[in-house]
Structure formats: C-alpha cells, structure tokens
Write a protein that binds this ligand. Sequence first.
Ligand code: UDP
Ligand code: MG
Length: 311
Amino acid sequence: MDLLTIVVPCFNEESSVEIFFKEIEKTLTEINFEIIYVNDGSKDNTLVNIKKITKSNSNVKYISFSRNFGKESALYAGLKNSKGDLVCVMDVDLQDPPELLPQMIESIETEDYDIVATRRVTRAGEPKIRSLFARLFYKIFNKISKIDLVDGARDYRLMTRQVVDSLLELEEYNRFSKGLFQWTGYETKWIEYENIERISGETSWSFFGLISYSIEGIIAFTTVPLSISTFFGIIISFIAFILIIFIVLKNLLYSDPVAGWASTICIILLLGGIQLFSIGILGKYLEKTYIEIKNRPLYIIKESNIDNKNS
Ligand code: UDP
Ligand code: MG
C-alpha cells in the first residue's frame, strides 16, 4: 500500500477533530496516510479547528459543505476525493477505535479481502428500546430484501480502491450506506468489538430519526412493501366472495331481516384503514422516485483545500 485515505464526516464536532487527529497520528506511525475531514455544515467551530490542523499537516485535507447534507453525502464526497489505494471511513468521535486500523490493513494486504468491516457486539450505553428496535429492523430487513445486513455493523470500514470506485458508481440520492456496501458484494471480513461511547458531544440520531432512516433503508433495497396491498386485496376479495355466497343462500332459504349496523361500520373502517396504509406505502415509493428523478447534487462544496475537488 502506498497511501491510506481516511474519510471523516463531521457535524458539530469542534471538540473531537483534534483529538481524533492525534489518535490517528499515534496509531499510524509507519503508514503514509491522508485524512479528509468533511465538514457537513457544522454550526460550531468544527471548520476552524480543522483548518488549524491543516496548517501544520500537509496530509490533512478538508471539504466544507454549504449546509448540512447528512453523513451519507459527506461520505460520498470524501470517497470521491480520496487518492489512497486503501480507503477507510470512520467517525470522528472515536467510537470507531483507530487501534484496529493496522490489523484491518493487514487483513486486506495478506488475506486478500476487499473490505474489512467492523461490528459492535454489545450495545452498552444505548437505551434498551433503541436496541430492541434496531434488532427488529435487521430481522425484518434481512427477511424482505435480497441483501443481508449484519446486526451491529458500523460504517467503520477499510476498503480497496476497486470497492471505492464501485461505490462511487452508485450515484443515487437516497443513500443507505450499510446496504450499498453489502450490495457491491465484495469479500468482507468482519472484526468485532465492544461498543465505545463517544468522546464528547452528542449523537445526532434521535429515536424518530433512526426509525425514518430504517424506513429509507427498506425502501431503498426492497419493493416487498409494495406487494402488501396486493396481498390484502387478494385475501379480502376471497373472504368477501365466500361471504356473498353465504348471504345470498341464507336470504334465499330463510329471508333475513336487516341487522348488523355495527359490524358493517367495523368492516368499512378496517377496509378504509388498509387502503390508506397501502396508499401510504405507495406514496413513500413515489416520494423517493420524485426526489431521485430531480437529480440534484448530493452536496455543495463551499470551500476545500483539495485541488481539482470533485463536487
Ligand atoms: N455526521 C455527519 N452529518 C450528520 C450527522 C452526523 O457528518 O448530519 C457525522 C458525525 O459528526 C460523526 C458521524 O457522522 O462523525 C456519526 O454520527 P454520530 O456519532 O452522531 O452517529 P452514531 O455514532 O451515534 O451512530
Ligand atoms: Mg458516533
């Protein structure tokens, strides 16, 4: 390996950027590396602090967005501007332990893997309800999509240039990285570690943020939910057909007086609910198609110290 690029998305991380750099420097003493900090529209002094580091270290690059475009866009921008023959993406909050890097590099160089990925085997320090929903999400996702996500997988990954180039070809707007990595299909080695809490600041994920991210993931990688209405449609039509035959026969044989207002309302409500639910699912896919078709850029770079930056 000639050069290792480390891509680091940062959103309001003023207190972490420098500690992160120090840790990397300490760990990678014998490795030629560059760091690309992607400032994703931070509102604090993240960019100022990054620039401080770049002054005395020529191997530190930065890209600064015009606003917050999200971690997925930041990762894409970093990968696009990476020059290394091995590229690593990691969080700046040191939840992704740099000590694993040498071992990860060795796995690619000596064991012929294309990607070395990490997964945390514990969810210590995380609210119980969040862990429960996370587990449930992985179960459902893996059941209904063609790709398999690994429970607890982090975005902390080291990959070869070939993998990076493949990822860059996926230019979709709705980026669900965990799925995209898996989708490329390269040989992945998994390294496990215990969960580490972030050094400072707060996670940018709210509970509902995670739920909506999960829905995005499902929509991006499977169309099974679209079949739900067809499924309900077939079942309900079948039941209705049997009921009609039953009622017609009953009327012919016993001529029944009108009754059952309550049950009629219940059935109308049930059917209305199922219809709205199905339209909602349809709407979600339409929404994603609409956004995708506008073909807007994934991010806008306001400033950077990389020559010929690819925006
Ligand atoms: N991040 C980003 N843009 C965002 C949100 C987060 O670039 O809109 C960065 C953040 O600075 C961090 C990484 O993405 O380096 C992971 O974020 P966080 O630690 O909040 O997520 P968690 O580790 O809790 O999954
Ligand atoms: Mg984190």
